[in-house]
Every structure is written in C-alpha cells, then in structure tokens.
Design a protein around this ligand. Sequence first.
Ligand code: NAP
Length: 504
Amino acid sequence: MINIIGKRSFLLVSRYSQHVRKMSLVKNLAFVNNKWVAATSGKTFEVTNPANGSVLGQVPDMDTQDTEEAIQVAYDAFQSWEFTTAKERALHLRNWFNLLEENKEEIAKIMTAESGKPLAEAAGEVAYGNGFIEWYSEEARRIHGEVISSPIHSKEMMLIRKPIGVAALITPWNFPIAMITRKAGAALAAGCTCVVKPAEDTPLTALAIAALAEKAGIPKGVFNVVTCSRRNAADVGKLLCQSPLVAGLSFTGSTNIGKLLYEQCASTVKRLSLELGGNAPFIVFESADLDAAVKGTMACKFRNCGQTCVSANRLFIQESIFDQFVSKLEETMRGLKVGDGAQPGVTQGPLINDAQASKVNDLVQDAIKKGAKVHLGGKPALDKGPRFFEPTLLTDVDHSMRMYHEEIFGPVAVCIPFKTEEEVLAIANGTRSGLAGYFFSNDLPQVWRVAKRLETGMVGINEGIISTPEAAFGGIKESGIGREGSHYGIEEYSYIKYLCFGNL
Ligand code: NAP
C-alpha cells in the first residue's frame, strides 16, 4: 500500500492516525458494567484508518463467553434502572448529551480516522447522533399510558407502558455514532438497559461515547459495549438473538444479515427492530427545479461516499430534461475532491474496506461491460490508495446490469430516462426494498400522488436529506421493521401492560 500512495504521503497521512491514537477518548478496552475490560481470551483485533491502512489501536476481540457476561450485567442492571423515574432517566441522558456536545470535535476526529468520512461530514454526523440523546432525554418524560372508559361499574382499566428489558443493539460502520445513539437513546429513555455490538471497522467511536456515558453518571451495567472481530460476529450475534435474558434486538445493517437475525430471534420470540438495506429511487420530473434536484442528488448520493442506506441508488430523469440534468450533474460532480477525509476540502473519502471497494468496482465494471456509458470516473482512484473510487456518472444502465437491482453503496450516480409518471412508479416500486425514495416536482397534484404511491417508509419531496431525531426513520418490505427517532422510537423498547382493577 505504501508503494501505491508513496512513502512521503503515507508518513503524512499516518501522522493524523498518530494524533488520534493519543486522544483521551480513544479506548483500547471494551466497556462492561462501567469497567474497561479485555476479552477473556486476551485476543484483540486492529482498528485501521481506511484512508491509508495505518493502525489506530487494538480492541478486545470478545466472544460468546464475554457477551454472556455483558448480557447478565445488563440484565442485573435492568432490575433497578427499570424503576428509576422518567425524570431521573431524562437527567442521565441530558448529562450524556452535554458531554457528547462538549467533546464533539474529538469524536468527529476519531470517526474520520476509523471510517474515512470527511471531517465536515463526521462533525455533521456527531451533531445528528448527539441529537438523538437530546431528543430522547426530552421524550423520556412523555412516555404515558391510558385510562380506559370502563364498560362495567365494578371495574376500572388502565394501560401502562413498560420497558421490555435488555436490548441488544447491533450496528454498522457507516454511521458509527448515530446508529448507536438512535437506538440507545430510545432504549434508555424507555427504561431498558443495553448491550451494543458495534461494527468491526468502527468500534472506537462506540467506545468514545461509552467513556462519556460513564462520565455522565449512567449507572453501571446500563450501557455496555462488546467489541468483536468479524470472525466472532456470527456467534456473538446468535447469542444476542437466542439468550432468554435479552428481550429485544435492534439491528442496522445489510438485508441478508437482518434476515438471518430475524430467523435466529424466533426461538425466543424476541422484540425485533430491523433497519436494513435500501434501493432508493430518486425521480426528477420535468416540472422540477433542476438546480435544486442536482443539489439534492449531490447531498443524497455522495454523502459518506455513497455509503448510506438512504443513498439514491437509481436516478430516474424524465426524458425531456434528461440531457440537461446529466450535464448539470456531471459539471457539479467535477467539483468533488477525493482524498483522505482528514485533509481540508476533501469531500470523498475512501470506501470503508477492501471488500466494499472491490464490490463497488465489480458493479461498475459489470455495467460497463454490458454497455453502460461512462460520463465521469468509472474506476478505482488508485493514486489515492487501494480503497478510493472515482466519483462516477453512468447512463445507458438497464435491468441486465447488477447495479440496477443491488444497493451500490459507493460514489456512483446512475441516470435512467423515463417517459411517464406511471412508468417510473412501476419501476421504482418494482423492488423488494422500501427504505427511502425521493422525487423533485413542482406539479402540486403530482407531488401528492407520487408521495402517496411510492412504496417506501420515507419520502423526500424536493429534498435529498431527510433524517432528523424528530422524525420516524424506517423502511417497509425487506428494508425493515420498526421505526427509529420521533416518539415512535420508544415503542420498539416498550410494551403495553393492561391493568384491570376488579370488585370496586
Ligand atoms: P452488515 O454486514 O450486515 O453488518 C452490520 C452489523 O452486523 C455489523 O456490526 C456486523 O459486524 C454485524 N454482523 C455481521 N454478520 C453478523 C451475524 N452473522 N450476526 C450478527 N451480527 C453480524 O452490514 P454492513 O455492511 O456493515 O452495513 C451496510 C448495510 O447496512 C447496507 O446494506 C445498508 O443499507 C445497511 N444500513 C441500513 C441502515 C438503515 O437504517 N436502514 C443504516 C445504515 C446501514 P462486523 O462489522 O464485524 O461484520
């Protein structure tokens, strides 16, 4: 790798990793029962910077025995956390939020180092991720039940909301803080305790926020982070699904793993929340403001180098404006800057790992081989390093190509022309995914029609960035079950208990 990017630039870039390694929030141990612990086996795995391969640290490679202990600790802690008042939980979450905000720059730097995300984007994700802890510190005090109007003189009836118990949270690498806080914020607010298993590629951000949870005074055993390598992920995941002490599992990641966990959770009939992959359509109708549509495309497609579950996967552009849109998009894409996300001005960092880099390249080469036209990019940016990919713009993409059906998860914009609203809705809805969808139109009746008919859990209308703690995030079809954020997020971690008072 040093040969590819040059010895001098390797030394320069790895200096950033050295700087991050010395940060006080960078931990090399897992966090269980408010203790910093090693794996029982003593094994560790390396965390590296995807921009240049430099090592950021080693963290414990925990196995099922370690996870069993973390589950037990969380279960024990639940016995008292469940009975804290809503106000007490709200204050704990508020303290945590305040510390997350005080340390936002350091967290963003750690995130850039382990995920490759440009610093400005990492700062944006920290603000967004912290926002869930703030939001749920407020929502904690608004978890209410109901008194039923009784149909019988001698009885009164009440519905109260109870926390489900221990929540297992399995999260991906593409949003190293936000995917944890939007689950943990809701779980803790509801009165649950949690065991978090972050992705192998990004455990340091998870451990950094655990250090701040400890400092915020969140009681021992309430928030635990078990780190493990990809080698142990399947066994640890299976245990989290099958342990009778775990009441619910919340997973964000790929659809295939989500389906496996769904099956594994059946044996204990667990509460399940799944945020899975998408295949987001992004439709531009001829009445749209083209500049706004291009701006929306850039934000939606190239954020995190295209590695977001709500990234536009296929851009459908109405025939009459197709050429104009493609040339505007190409011109705007020429402004993207590829490089190490820690360097100023970089907008496109590396892909997360070698597997992701070769998957994106395979999808692009498959499309080119089958006749796709390359307007820009089309190959790895090897001068920057082995995991970088050129921002790519393709047309003449059809259903014979893999990228037409699969989630690309890379900086590749694919423009496909369409004739009518009926036609584009049929294509956009003709997939088993249903996470996010976007469209740009200034025809009011069409706006309402299309918003209702797109088969997705979320719709961006003349907007490319839609997520916020106040709104309900989630998909339909094979993109998932349940909602995160908003007051609905609490429902994943609580159940309704019916109390019937008789002989009154
Ligand atoms: P992934 O391979 O499914 O991994 C997600 C998490 O699951 C990681 O912590 C991973 O650990 C763990 N894992 C892997 N195999 C497991 C198993 N057999 N049992 C239990 N856990 C297991 O997904 P990814 O590649 O990291 O993330 C990309 C996918 O996530 C995309 O499809 C994207 O659309 C989706 N995503 C969805 C949302 C949403 O909200 N809907 C948000 C972000 C991402 P390791 O890291 O050790 O493999």
